[in-house]
Design a binder for this molecule. Structure first.
Ligand SMILES: [Zn+2]
Length: 666
């Protein structure tokens, strides 16, 4: 089923209000609600004493109208009785301060008392509701990993044991991290600190290992939570909502615990720039399968002065189709109805605080009733992509501002990923993101904005990909360090350097707003931040050259032949404008299939979903002006129930889903 609905909080409302809400939901084509993620105290009022009666009553009432419940066993918003009994469940932050109870996500995710009670609750909920036909699946807690790192004694011991398992003795750890620097060599694992607040940076090997440890802890807890539910519920899907911009968990590892990936999605209104769709690309790419949006933006937030906050007519509908175009097979708005108290009273909702529907509801109802008719046809269709962009967590952690080495300007890792993703999407190509564990051979072109942290197996995989005909595009800092954050003597992983014959030499840096021009295809572009001046390897040609100053004439882009493929090395970080033209030409040159031939109008997004016998073309106008996408022939738009001829006309913020078979490129 194509799930469509919202987050709902039965615990906030009276039974009479439930009935009115459920009535409006039915009219809006809602068939699923995400419920209970903050209701631990109502579900287990005191330790071991459960009360599911109110939840059951609500699930029954919703199911009478064929509205299913995606039930969320809570984990990180525990009741006060748990804190009173076990004060050590609270996080000790990097300054050594114990977080106070009363907000959310203040719990140490390694605390056995939290595990014990949280997992017991999940088991009880699964046991109680598995047989209920109105329960469609399980959504584990909410926004896992959205909490500060914990440095409590339990975490410190777990960290030291994790190190013991991952390093072959303390001497090996000292050597790999180079603890001789600043004289911090350890005699035993019990001396190794967590990276709490100190005078200045911790050892980069330590911070890199700490990020892996924190990610592993998150993966472990979600795995335990999923297992607790699955013990009593074998046939219902298990999911949760990722924050794709949050680097605290390697989601390429986390996805293995889930049947379906999920995410929150709150893009700004009133902008033609749809670069925010990177969040959807990421969520789809973790499993390389359709996913669910568990929190989708709807109306404006009640916040004076908040920019890009109010949807124009059509924007809510457009946003829903945009999420589906990028692989969503389920949409849940946040939230159904204005929250009467607490910290999120100002959040945009479908229904006002007084329980009455407004403009937002009308548009959502249009989407819901349309999905009732065509949801089945869309569900399960893949989003094919022949280009992959690295979103490698180990490299992201290395570029993190908390890491003392190669911090760069804040957010540099994400900014470049975003820029490259958008340049490719604007050109009408679809692309995935991937990490070192992904199957490289599914792509024709791989792009590495930052792929810094290397190991032998990664080098071999990359070389194998190129040798068999792939095109690999790299930037400065590529392959510079090993996964313990130790810099390679030649600043490049030795196997890559040897096989490609690439020898890095001098380098230079500049500020983000300082630039050095380079020429490419007889046009001048700006570049900034970092510049490599490699020796020109055999089998290589220069594609771009620096055009000024003491760098004039040195290569700004080189192409090295290897096997049947190419390694393209951009030796600087070019401006946005360059990437659009670069990818337009490069992807064409290396035979990447475009979704639709021809120039795509500015502000229009094109996507495709397909299966063997179905190909759907999504055209989405993100602008407030009329657009036309030329397309010779007769077509049918299943979203608007309309026949089209020779073009796809788009009103401001209009979205269309067109059935096509012959006019898409192969
Ligand atoms: Zn802890």
């Amino acid at each position: 089923m194509f799930y469509y609905g919202a987050a709902y909080y039965p615990e906030h409302r009276t039974e009479k209000e439930w009935l009115k809400d459920i009535d409006l939901m039915e009219k809006a084509g809602v068939n699923s609600l995400r419920i209970a993620e903050f209701a631990w105290k109502r579900l287990e009022p005191s330790e071991g004493k459960y009360d599911f009666s109110w939840l059951e009553k609500f699930i029954d009432l919703a199911w009478k109208k064929k509205i299913t419940s995606l039930v969320c066993p809570p984990m990180r918003t525990a009741p006060a009785w748990l804190v009173e009994k076990h004060p050590d469940v609270l996080i000790v932050n990097e300054n050594g301060v114990t977080l106070e109870y009363g907000s959310r996500y203040t719990f140490c995710i390694n605390n056995p008392n939290l595990f014990k009670r949280g997992l017991a609750l999940a088991e009880m909920m699964a046991k109680k509701f598995d047989s209920h036909p109105g329960v469609c699946g399980w959504h584990l807690d909410n926004e896992y990993a959205d909490e500060p790192d914990c440095h409590c004694d339990i975490c410190r011991r777990k960290w030291q044991n994790w190190l013991k398992k991952n390093y072959d003795g303390i001497e090996a750890l000292n050597k790999k991290w180079g603890t001789v620097f600043w004289g911090i060599e350890f005699d035993s694992f019990s001396q190794v600190p967590t990276p709490k607040f100190s005078k200045t940076f911790h050892n980069p090997g330590l911070t890199q290992a700490w990020r892996r440890f924190v990610s592993d802890c998150n993966v472990e807890l979600v795995g335990l939570h999923a297992k607790a539910v699955r013990q009593h519920s074998k046939n219902k899907h298990v999911t949760t909502n990722f924050q794709t911009w949050n680097p605290r968990t390697d989601y390429f590892s986390q996805q293995k615990n889930l049947d379906i990936c999920g995410t929150n999605y709150y893009p700004p209104y009133g902008t033609e720039n749809f670069s925010y769709s990177l969040g959807l690309t990421n969520c789809r790419s973790y499993k390389k399968r359709p996913f669910q949006v568990h929190e989708l933006r709807n109306g404006p937030h009640l916040v004076p002065g908040k920019p890009n906050n109010t949807p124009a007519p059509g924007e809510i509908e457009k946003l829903a189709v945009h999420a589906i175009a990028n692989g969503a097979d389920g949409l849940y708005y946040f939230a159904w109805r204005g929250v009467p108290y607490g910290i999120e009273q100002s959040h945009g909702t479908l229904i006002r605080h007084d329980g009455n529907p407004g403009k937002t509801y009308e548009e959502c109802a249009k989407v819901g009733n349309r999905l009732k008719k065509i949801g089945k046809m869309i569900e399960g269709l893949a989003v094919p992509a022949e280009v992959g962009i690295f979103n490698d967590f180990q490299s992201w952690w290395m570029m993190d501002k908390k890491c003392p080495e190669w911090t760069g300007p804040n957010g540099m890792f994400r900014d470049l990923l975003d820029k490259i993703h958008f340049a490719i999407r604007k050109n009408g190509y679809q692309c995935d993101t991937l990490d070192r564990k992904s199957n490289f051979n599914e792509y024709k072109v791989l792009v590495a904005p930052f792929l810094t942290a290397f190991d032998d197996s990664l080098s071999k995989k990359i070389l194998d990909f190129i040798e068999h005909g792939g095109t690999f595009i790299a930037h400065p800092l590529f392959g510079m360090k090993n996964t313990d954050s130790e810099i390679y003597p030649a600043r490049l992983e030795p196997l890559i350097a040897k096989v490609l014959g690439l020898k890095l030499g001098e380098y230079a840096t500049s500020g983000a707003n300082e630039s050095i021009n380079f020429s490419w295809e007889e046009k001048i572009y700006k570049s900034s931040l970092f510049y490599e001046f490699p020796e020109l390897p055999r089998n290589s040609e220069i594609h771009a050259k620096f055009a000024e100053g003491r760098f004039k004439g040195l290569p700004a882009a080189i192409e090295i032949k290897h096997g049947k493929g190419k390694f393209i090395f951009l030796t600087c970080f070019p401006e946005d404008k360059f990437y659009e033209i670069f990818f337009e030409q490069t992807l064409k040159k290396y035979n990447v299939n475009k979704i639709l031939e021809g120039k795509i109008p500015e502000g229009v997004e094109i996507s495709e979903r397909r299966a063997k016998n179905t190909r759907l073309l999504f055209c989405i106008n993100h602008s407030n002006t009329y657009k036309n996408v030329p397309l010779p022939g007769h077509f049918y738009d299943i979203w608007n129930d309309e026949k089209l001829k020779d073009k796809i006309p788009l009103k401001p913020y209009q979205a269309r889903i067109v059935i096509l078979s012959n006019h898409l490129s192969k």
